[in-house]
Design a protein around this ligand. Sequence first.
Ligand code: G3P
Ligand code: MG
Length: 502
Amino acid sequence: MPAFDDSDFGVETPKSPMLARPHTPMLEHLQKITSNGSPSKHHNLVVPTMEKDTGAIEVPASRSSVAEAEHLMHSLSGSPSQVQRRSSRNSFGVSLPIPRSKRQSRLSSVAKHDGLPTRPGMPPIQPTRDLLSSQVQDMSTVKTAAAKDMAFAFDIDGVLVHGDRLIPEGKRVLEILNGDNELGIKIPHIFLTNGSGKPEAARCAQLSKILNSPISTEQFIQSHTPMSALAEYYETVLVVGGENYQCREVAKQYGFKDIIVPNDIVAAQSTLSPLKEFFTAEQRATSNPRDFSKVKINAILVFSDSRDYATDLQIIMDLLQSEDGVLGTRAKDPTSQHIPIYFSQGDLLCPTEHPQPRMSQGTFRIALEAIFKAITGNELERVVYGKPELATYKYADEVMTSWMETIHNEERLPKNVYMIGDNPQSDIVGGNMYGWNTCLVRTGVYQGEGNDKENPASFGVFKNVLEAVQTALKKELGEDFQLNWSDSMNPVTGSASVSAIE
Ligand code: G3P
Ligand code: MG
């Protein structure tokens, strides 16, 4: 359950969600789009409610939707600490829609292991072993219940992998949680990454291969996954970032109907980006140019890292200053609302195969905020999804609940959730605010001594993910909990006495 509310951030808890929220341009735009013939049924900002059976859940933003570029221009040294952020959160005018669970009817695919389809997230089918483990579980009811009442949310980059390179302890952790433990039980876990840039199924297939364990799209959230809910709100969108046209494909899978990418615009207007050095014949051939003076772009969605800052920033600035998202126009009133812009995550740095962490989507956003402030004199209003944003954690709850149904046939949220991450400013801040146990590992962004001073992990700091998982398992399931399955656990023929289990 979330462990914080508006009052935690220094604002009064509203009696009605609408009362305390200022009418910011972004909110007005969202309302305008949704009430002007879009397929959405939403006409007001609402907090999540169980009243609706279908459609998105709108989660109030937990971070300010207004940039603080002036502040950033003086100090680009890093994100504000959790303490500073709490006092600076002063805008709650925007909600971040997220999909309801069971979204996978649209996105899912069953991960393949060694080319063979598997049950999602389950080890290869071994009927005898399944039978044995369920007998062991039946005879160890207390431990089995505890194992189903805990869950892990894994950050990926810097915890399980570095880019395409495996962190070896990550592989062992997934073996344990997929059943290589004394109960032969699947211990619930999901993946919660700020990564981005390719469809969920492709990313899961890639990770399954690196980690040598099946990872299902049903247990997987990347930064832009919850943004699929925006497809209900916006008809025509500019999608920015990622390699080649993979983010166009992502948007298509999310249900966006009219998707434009920067290459489509460059192909139509060759003078638009004078700093662009190359526009290859292949890029031209694979783009979809059209007469953009006749197109109203409803929203800008930055899904992943820009591969061409100069061109992407130019196009975004053009659109933000346009009248109603029509390229080539200029808004009559420069202080009037601009079309909404969403970022899939805000990390400044990301661990990669390179020895030092590399710049991530957050640095692109900061560049844009500074340019927008310098050129227009106004702070950019924008929405940032991804950890540590509340909407992302609420969506994680949705996914965890439905994953529990998939693996244990129990549609409910485990009580003791452990977030394991390497970035205090996203994984740990978000997990702490959401009331999860947080574990900080030293295999990624965080390299400091002891716990992080600004955003300490509540469950502690660990050398690596295996150490963190082992400690959590021992806490929930007992110091003597065995981290391997043995067929000798056979309650009928095995040497291990079941009474020794419980
Ligand atoms: O910051 C970029 C992204 O790759 C980080 O991913 O898994 O550490 O949230 P992750
Ligand atoms: Mg990470």
